[in-house]
Design a binder for this molecule. Structure first.
Ligand code: OGA
Ligand code: MN
Length: 279
């Protein structure tokens, strides 16, 4: 089969059809997928029907799948996590939890955040439940020269439970929290594969800019977030059942929307692959 691709918006995101990932993509096709991802930051592979082990194996062609204890796993495959409309904060208040409801990049509280996240739409609601993305290369490039000079070299502390948090995160056991100490990352990072610079922000996990007083740090982070999420940098993905959406956490932020009709189900399978410490 030949790959057919379709741009999803003018500045990022592409969809491909004509692939069945139950059969491993050949080397040329895999290289084409990687190239499409690097160029477009968000890659949607349409029309998949994959059991968890097959999903993991297909995603392992993009990197090393990692386990995440904060999310439930499928019974068949520990590296395939579940994001669901039925998610609850089981160790906390037991209430409904919408993972990723504010703008973020995955796992920035880790010293080596995952490079890519793959979300597979197993059950999608009749409407709503879109995932939004922003292009953080474009957001960086659109900053004024004065702002670029001001933020050059700044480092930011990221935490699982940040005091600036805008979206509730699940409560975790003490032992697990110890394995997630705060991490310090550059505010502007360079993509290891493409060499392009990107703003590296996470509204939900950033605590403070290193060496800056709290009020000044808050004001600067708020300004940069407001800039990065401007509509001109956004792409909004309306899910079709069977979509796999792969995004690059080094060059995008994303956000979940829990606006689908009450009582409808949304079930996603999720894989992340290992990344490096940002620089
Ligand atoms: C995630 C995430 C968004 C969504 O899986 O990391 O933020 O729309 N998901 O479910
Ligand atoms: Mn996320």
């Amino acid at each position: 089969m030949t790959l057919v691709s379709e741009k999803l918006c003018d500045h990022m995101a592409v969809a491909v059809t004509g692939l069945d990932l139950n059969r491993p993509a050949d080397a040329a096709t895999q290289a084409e997928l990687r190239e499409a991802l690097n160029r477009n930051l968000v890659l949607c592979i349409r029309g998949q029907k994959l059991a968890p082990p097959a999903f993991r194996d297909a995603m392992a062609r993009f990197g090393t799948p990692m386990r995440r204890l904060q999310l439930a796993s499928t019974a068949e495959c520990a590296e395939v996590n579940i994001i669901s409309s039925e998610d609850r904060d089981v160790l906390g208040d037991g209430k409904k939890l919408v993972n990723g409801a504010s703008w973020h990049t995955d796992d920035s509280f880790m010293r080596e955040p995952c490079s890519l996240t793959m979300l597979y739409g197993v059950v999608v609601p009749s409407r709503g439940g879109d995932t939004q993305f922003v292009n953080m290369h474009a957001a960086y490039e659109a900053l004024s020269p004065e702002m670029k000079a001001r933020i050059d070299g700044l480092q930011v502390i990221h935490k699982y439970q940040s005091s600036r948090q805008t979206n509730k995160v699940s409560k975790r056991p003490e032992s697990e929290m110890k394995a997630m100490p705060e991490a310090t990352h550059p505010l502007v990072r360079t993509h290891p594969e493409t060499g392009r610079k990107a703003l590296y922000l996470n509204a939900n996990r950033m605590e403070q800019i290193v060496g800056m007083d709290r009020a000044e740090s808050d004001a600067l982070l708020d300004t940069l977030i407001a800039h990065a999420i401007e509509p001109r940098f956004q792409y909004r993905h309306a899910w079709r059942q069977g979509d796999i959406v792969i995004w690059d956490n080094r060059s995008t932020m994303h956000k979940a929307n829990a606006d689908y009709p009450e009582g409808e189900r949304r079930l996603m399978h999720r894989v992340i692959v290992a990344g490096d410490a940002p620089y």
